[in-house]
Write a protein that binds this ligand. Structure first.
Ligand code: RNT
Ligand code: ZN
Length: 421
């Protein structure tokens, strides 16, 4: 522990203690938080199926920063570098397109746990959990823009089987790693123009999901979630799997509802939804991201949206009820730096939320003292969070402040710049 960091911590700790905050307890709580760090930031959501696969489904990774990971070895190596600079012990979130095959690539409805053996071995070695996602995009059977809601039953069947196979893989992850895997279904289905029938595709989606979930998985090992969306590129007018659709589906079928904060209208607050969701459901899943004008999946910054989500998770005592997934893919900057920055910002927002006198603020609100509520919330914004954060980094043996970027720059020169396109 550097003396300078410790001195700043001790002084700042007193500032929070004056508000009745137990700083050590906050640090302990934060140490137990597991983020689900998405693997797809490392390779622009390309996966390993074909070397020239292009991303479809109304999502897009823009930029051509050198050093994209091109195979499992590179991606795992990059993830290890990123994770070594993020305080805490976390999970890694995989997509079906990151399966690894010996010879021939089986079709997506035929993927099996054995195709993820290398990931599991790696996770064990690095003390990581794994989460999973079927990939219902970047595939000829998704070219029409429809998957589980497709009018053709053969195509639906293909994707249903892919999702069932994926849930088995999730179950395998949970069993092997001793921590429940979240298997999340997101589909791109929708229409560019105003539909002439909104109901039938949703009926088909509901039937497809019912078939997928009719196959049981052990809830100790696998949790299931469904992710809604408002629109995508090329799918501007109608999304089959809307929030209302999945909110109702998840409640009635005992699944988790996944909220991605890029998947709502720009002034809609995901933070505001959390308390309502958790009054009626035991668990919740999140994709934290940064939409800029659309669901652009920019790297998470320490912005108001993320800070408010963090506050709601802490205030509602929800840290044990939530899967905190990250979901961004920026190809215009160093991809490892993107992971580290987005993850550290999420943790930092949680630390800020933990260091708020929530009971006091709740009491002030009930007393109707809105002046004091506003003043205290505003003053808290410039409390010395950075000193507590630096101490947290130091006890977790990761660099403080922007010192971590040096390491990434070295890695870029030594490793990333030597990779081809
Ligand atoms: C797309 C969804 C989805 C994907 C990933 C790759 O809008 O957010 O979660 O980003 O599954
Ligand atoms: Zn998402």
């Amino acid at each position: 522990m550097r003396k300078e960091v410790l001195t700043r911590y001790e002084n700042s700790k007193k500032v929070y203690e004056n508000l009745g905050i137990n700083v050590e307890e906050c640090i302990e709580i934060l140490s137990k938080v597991k983020l689900s760090v998405h693997c797809w930031q490392g390779d622009d959501v390309k996966g390993f199926e074909t070397p020239d696969s292009s991303l479809s489904g109304g999502i897009s990774a823009t930029g051509n920063y050198p050093g994209r990971a091109r195979n499992g070895e590179e991606l795992r190596m990059d993830l290890e570098k990123a994770l070594s600079l993020i305080p805490g012990t976390h999970k890694v979130n995989l997509h079906a397109i990151y399966a690894e095959f010996d010879n021939e690539v089986p079709s997506r409805d035929k993927i099996e746990p054995k195709h993820f053996k290398k990931w599991v071995e790696w996770a064990k070695k690095n003390n990581l959990g794994l989460d999973f996602n079927p990939s219902l995009f970047s595939h000829p059977n998704a070219d029409s823009g429809l998957t589980l809601s497709h009018p053709c039953s053969n195509i639906r069947e293909f994707w249903i089987n892919h999702c069932i196979a994926s849930r088995k893989i999730g179950e395998y992850f949970g069993k092997e790693l001793g921590q429940t895997c979240l298997t999340n279904i997101w589909i791109p289905d929708g229409y560019k123009d105003t539909p002439s029938d909104r109901l039938t595709p949703r009926k088909r989606l509901k039937e497809s999901l019912d078939k997928i979930y009719s196959v049981p998985t052990n809830s100790l090992y696998n949790d299931d979630s469904v992710e809604s969306k408002v629109f995508g590129i090329g799918v501007e007018s109608y999304t089959v799997g809307s929030h209302e659709f999945y909110l109702n589906y998840s409640i009635l079928n005992n699944k988790l509802c996944l909220l991605d904060n890029g998947h709502f209208h720009p002034t809609e607050s995901v933070a505001d939804k959390i308390s309502s969701m958790l009054l009626f459901q035991d668990k919740l899943a999140l994709h934290i991201t940064r939409p800029v004008r659309w669901d652009s999946d920019h790297v998470i910054t320490f912005n108001d949206d993320v800070r408010e989500i963090a506050k709601e998770l802490v205030r509602n005592d929800a840290l044990n009820k939530v899967y905190i997934g990250l979901d961004f893919f920026d190809a215009s900057i160093n991809r490892i730096a993107a992971w580290v920055l987005g993850s550290r910002n999420t943790l930092k927002a949680l630390l800020e939320a933990l260091l708020i006198p929530n009971e006091l603020l709740s009491k002030i609100q009930d007393e109707g003292d809105f002046t004091r509520r506003l003043v205290l919330l505003e003053e808290l914004k410039t409390y010395p969070l950075g000193d507590i954060w630096d101490y947290f980094c130091e006890i977790n043996q990761v660099p403080c402040k922007d010192e971590w970027l040096k390491e990434i720059k070295e890695y870029e020169i030594k490793i990333l710049n030597k990779r081809g396109a």
